[in-house]
Design a binder for this molecule. Sequence first.
Ligand SMILES: *Cc1c(COP(=O)(O)O)cnc(C)c1O
Length: 385
Amino acid sequence: MNELLMIPGPVEFEPAVLQAMATKTSSHISPDFIEVFGHSLERLREVFLTEEGQPFVVAGSGTLAMEMAAANLIEPGDRVLLVDTGYFSHRFASICERYGAGVTQVGAILGDVPSLEEVERNLRGAKYKLLLATHVDTSTGVLVDVAPLGSLARRYGALSVVDSVCATGGEEFRQEEWGIDICLTASQKALGVPPGLAILMVSPRALDLFRERGTPVANYYADFANWLPIMEAYEARKASYFGTPPVNLIYALGESLEEILGQGMEARFRHHRVISEAFKAAMTALGLKQVPALEVAAHTMSAIYYPEGVGKELLGEIRERGVVVAGGLHPQIKERYFRVGHMGGVSGGHILATVGAIEGALQASGYRFELGAGLVAAQKVLKEL
Ligand SMILES: *Cc1c(COP(=O)(O)O)cnc(C)c1O
């Protein structure tokens, strides 16, 4: 089990974070735990680059974070405009429909992002309550530039909601400056904490809209009304209870936030850009094509087509060389590509090991290329780290 885990979540976790997971579990109202939880909530604002945002940290996966955004903001009959970039956009549409929203999707060809003009044309044409986007769609490796979506939503009186599960802690994101109302994520991707935490950062505008609801939230566990007093209490360093928090995961979150903010968000964004460029340069040097158009490719992961004559048996060959990567997820091309996560505590060494394993696997599969070309290309970019 000493494999290097290079999938788009869960990722390789820092030893100190794993050590924190092994802390003796304390009461969720012990002073030590209250301090760690309260401090983590404060520090999350620094990660999302907001001062006014309200953090929520709840036991659950990223899908729960999506569901919390939808359940609390949508009332039956509301209209939602969704920027569709793949599998996770479709999931968000289904969740919104479950809460009674009418969802309009604006899409593009697979691997690309719809234009802002098209998004705006839709916003102009009807009254939408929410504008939703997937920051990095993990099925396509497509990155949406969410900054202009924040201002577009405001101009047309909608709230902006961004699924940043595969982005927060890796991709550049400035919640307050960009005017994003809800940014949601999960622990196990670029935040570098084992799976199990759903995390949201909610703007005052979104909380106001939540308070103005005419109907009760149709999901008891997800209801902001149940969690808001808890988050406020922990931040005020007071004991509180609604549902037992995942104590050990919160200790791990506290540790990971120290590491992330010790590095600094600007350095963190840059690190992910360089790592991603190095990996993508290696794939290009090996003659492999990528799913996303290069101008809209994510920095936290890559989605790579298998070369001619090679299929998903490549994954097993890569694994035999000590590295785990993921298969395809988008139903339209599922069998034709693989995905590599490079986020969180990912290092230049991880990239070289991964490229090396891919080269070895390609060679074993009979694909013809210049052995070492990917490593050379990656090394050239990694000098910038
Ligand atoms: C992983 C992911 C999710 C789902 O998160 P889970 O923790 O698996 O529920 C949602 N959206 C995006 C963009 C993701 O990458």
